[in-house]
Design a protein around this ligand. Structure first.
Ligand code: HEC
Ligand code: HEC
Length: 344
């Protein structure tokens, strides 16, 4: 009897170690940890000077015609890179049509915006500046404003030393891209688990991870960002209510004009999803557990049980990484030449 017990104990230990390894290796086939360093950017090598400039521009409300709204207004770096609004409020208190996605880790997404209409962060950054419901400015006004702020001249010169006329709209976007690419959230419990620390996830979070893989969430939400890689119809199996999926926003259809793209959206990254409520492009769902339930019925045609939903939510919470810690940048002062705010 004693001998048998002695034999059994190591066997049991082996078994649980094997089970953990199995989950780790399955997860490592689908997901990748968030790196701690910014990835290289195509055609836009990062330098310390570009980073410093890009950070200032991201926080500078003078990129908007009211001089009140900066990128950080809707992508608040202290609030998970988003704004906690259903849909964003921009120029003149106008409400835009879509929820503001986080800018954290966005550099790892295959394309930008809910409908992927910008191929990278650099192209993306020119959009909100000009959108009437966002910053309501235009390239001429932005360049005029930046040129009127004496402190920006040496910063642009240092960031773009070979340019004859460094202060320009494209260079603004390039600098912002370099800054955004540093807004990463590594070292979440899930990342530590992927790197081999089996104890980084609790039993409940591991159950959630299994559900996420076994029920079929992972095919659409995988890779480094646990999403952000491709587009899918919102409502593969069952159309969500028109409250959650408003009829007027047909997603990628508006970009490609292709019938099969009607109500197709980017499967968003689920990194830091627990701190970037509300959910979906409409921002109509506030509780993560409700978003998971909607995904079950809309994308998979299954009614997830309460316990399954809670376990999945626990796993999703383990995707919250170390948030970037930034010091608020000092912005160079305006001059007599600086255009005045236009509030209308
Ligand atoms: C008024 C609020 C508002 C302001 C200001 C704003 N954004 Fe956005 N941003 C949004 C919304 C809303 C979306 C989603 C729009 C869509 O998908 O059609 C978005 C999307 C993005 C995305 C895409 C993220 C993803 O996962 O697809 C990035 C990156 C981004 N904005 C960066 C910026 C930068 C840089 C600035 C400043 C130049 C800026 N934003 C200013 C509201 C705002
Ligand atoms: C067929 C692809 C697909 C499958 C399967 C899928 N999703 Fe999604 N997911 C999407 C798309 C597309 C969206 C964006 C919908 C929208 O807002 O238009 C989304 C959005 C979400 C959101 C909201 C994120 C945010 O920031 O607003 C969560 C949470 C989510 N999915 C979790 C899950 C879970 C959990 C499962 C499995 C039960 C799952 N998804 C299965 C494609 C999918």
């Amino acid at each position: 009897m004693k001998r048998m017990l002695l034999l059994l104990v190591p066997l049991c230990l082996c078994h649980s170690a094997f089970a953990a390894d199995d989950l780790t290796s399955r997860a490592n086939k689908l997901f990748k940890p968030i790196p701690t360093k910014a990835p290289p950017l195509k055609g836009n090598p990062a330098t310390a000077a570009k980073l410093e400039l890009g950070k200032k521009l991201f926080f500078d409300p003078r990129l908007s015609s009211s001089q009140l709204i900066s990128c950080n207004t809707c992508h608040n770096v202290g609030l998970g890179g988003a704004d906690l609004q259903e849909t964003s409020t921009g120029h003149g208190w106008q409400k835009g049509p879509r929820n503001s996605p986080t800018v954290f880790n966005a550099v790892f997404d295959a394309a930008q915006f809910w409908d992927g209409r910008a191929k990278d962060l650099q192209t993306q950054a020119k959009g909100p500046v000009q959108a009437a419901v966002e910053m309501n400015s235009n390239p001429e006004l932005v360049v005029k404003t930046l040129k009127s702020i004496p402190g920006y001249a040496p910063l642009f010169k240092a960031a773009f030393p070979r340019a004859a006329d460094p202060i320009g709209f494209d260079n603004m976007a390039k600098a912002i891209e370099v800054f955004e690419a540093t807004l990463l959230t590594p070292d979440s419990p899930f990342d530590r688990f992927l790197k081999g620390d089996a104890a980084a996830l609790s039993a409940r979070e591991k159950r959630g991870l299994r559900i996420f893989m076994d029920k079929g969430c992972a095919p659409c939400h995988a890779g480094t960002n646990v999403g952000g890689a491709d587009y899918y119809p919102f409502g593969v199996r069952e159309a969500p209510t028109t409250e959650i999926r408003p009829a007027g926003d047909t997603g990628r259809f508006m970009v490609t004009n292709t019938e099969s793209d009607r109500y197709v959206f980017k499967a968003p990254s689920l990194r830091n999803v627990a701190v970037t409520q509300p959910y979906f492009h409409s921002g109509k769902v506030w509780k993560l557990r409700d978003a998971v339930t909607v995904m079950g019925s809309a994308q998979l045609g299954v009614k997830l049980k309460d316990g399954e939903v809670e376990d999945t939510v626990a796993f999703l919470k383990a995707l919250t990484g170390k948030q970037p810690r930034l010091s608020y940048p000092l912005l160079p002062g305006s001059s007599d030449e600086t255009p005045h705010p236009q509030l209308k």
